[in-house]
Structure formats: C-alpha cells, structure tokens
Design a protein around this ligand. Structure first.
Ligand code: GLN
Length: 218
C-alpha cells in the first residue's frame, strides 16, 4: 500500500498500537498501522510502540522487519520508540542482545520493578512543551547511558527518561496513554510534518482504560 508523502506509521506487531494511531489522528496527521516491510514505503516516521520487547524483537525478525526498519532509517525514516519500543531501538540492552540497535543509549529493562509498580506522573520537558505533561510508566526501562550524539530531553531521579538523536526519539514512558498530545506533536515535527492545533485534541469523554489503575506520583 502506498501513502502520500507525510504519513506516519505505527508498527503493528504487538502492544499499544491503536492508542498511538488515535493520538496521531487527534493532531491531524495521516497515520496507519504497519505490519509488513513494504508498508514502510513512503512514511516520514514510524512509532515503535510499547508492549513486550522480547516478543516484539522475535516478531521483527520473523517478519524481516528488523532489516527493513534499519534500511528505512538509513534512508531517512524517523523513529520513535515508547517503552518496549525504546528497548528495541537501543544500541545496548543490559544483560541481553540488542534488537534494532539504532540509537546510542543503554537501557535497563523492568528497572522499576513489577507490573504493579507502574505509575503515572507529570514531567517537564521544555524542549517538547512549556506546560507539564502527564505520562504513564508501565513496567518501564531506564535509560542508563546516552552516547555523545544523543540529546537528553528528560532526566528524572538519576536516570534518563527521554532522549533523541537526529533520527530517533526514545521515551521510557507512554504519552499515548494520557490525554496529552505534546510528544506526538513533537515527533510529527521531527518528521517534518506540521500537526494540527489544540482544537483537534481529545474526545471530551476520554478516560484511561480500566486496566490502567495505577497510583499517581507527584
Ligand atoms: N517491560 C516491557 C519490556 O521489557 C516493556 C513494557 C512496556 O512497553 N510498557 O519489554
């Protein structure tokens, strides 16, 4: 399937695909799910969503999407990995083999503990937005090292939570599971697209899914 230039894709193998597609729709950006290598063609950027990184990494190899994504990235495709997606994009995954290995960071998986230790909080990332941004951490990794070409966008309590280089954005949390659209707008601009205004924000009836009953940290 071909797209007009300027569309974004969301890797659709496993994990939080629909939430990213919904947020991209809300900022007025053309977006579609990507299951096969050929569907990368014509995309300005690809979101690698959260999910389970071991499972995602096997599926990437099985469908030969690992090579295709590396190749597309060399050709200018921008990438954003959220949580498991950030693990897949990292050059170093402590104690495990890296998957795509495209950004010079080291990650430590499940660094906050079990699924029950998941939480939501507000962060300030001035490069992304002036106002506080609510984000959700679900059995998240920590970025424990960022290489020379990597800009740190957010550092919290002794670890890096968001970073980027010229091609790749990584966040250890999930902005797509909150009402906030700032990171999606930021990534769209990184891909050379101009997102829509605040009038295309959330459905008034938006509520977190019932499975997201996390404690809220200040
Ligand atoms: N704990 C998962 C992993 O290591 C990541 C969780 C997530 O993407 N929310 O793959």
């Amino acid at each position: 399937m071909r797209d007009a230039a300027g569309a974004l894709g969301v890797l659709d193998l496993q994990g939080g695909v629909q939430e990213h597609l919904d947020h991209l729709r809300r900022i007025g950006v053309s977006a579609r799910a990507v299951k096969r290598a050929a569907e990368l063609e014509g995309l300005a950027g690809l979101i690698v969503p959260g999910g389970e990184s071991t499972c995602l990494s096997r599926l990437l190899r099985l469908f030969e999407l690992d090579r295709a994504i590396r190749h597309a990235c060399d050709g200018g495709l921008k990438l954003w990995g959220t949580c498991a997606g950030a693990i897949l994009l990292a050059a170093e995954n402590l104690g495990e083999a890296p998957a795509l290995g495209l950004i010079d960071i080291a990650v430590s998986r499940n660094a906050f503990g079990s699924q029950m230790d998941s939480f939501s909080r507000e962060i300030l990332a001035p490069a992304v937005a002036q106002e506080p941004i609510p984000v959700t951490f679900i059995r998240a990794p920590k970025i424990v090292r960022a290489g020379a070409g990597v800009r740190v966008l957010l550092e919290l309590d002794g670890y890096i939570a968001a970073a980027e280089d010229d091609r790749i954005l990584v966040t250890v949390f999930h902005p797509e599971l909150t009402p906030n659209l700032a990171f999606h707008r930021y990534f769209a601009r990184k891909c050379g697209l101009e997102p829509g205004g605040a009038d295309q924000s959330l459905d008034p009836g938006w509520t977190p899914q019932s499975w997201m009953r996390f404690s809220h940290r200040a």
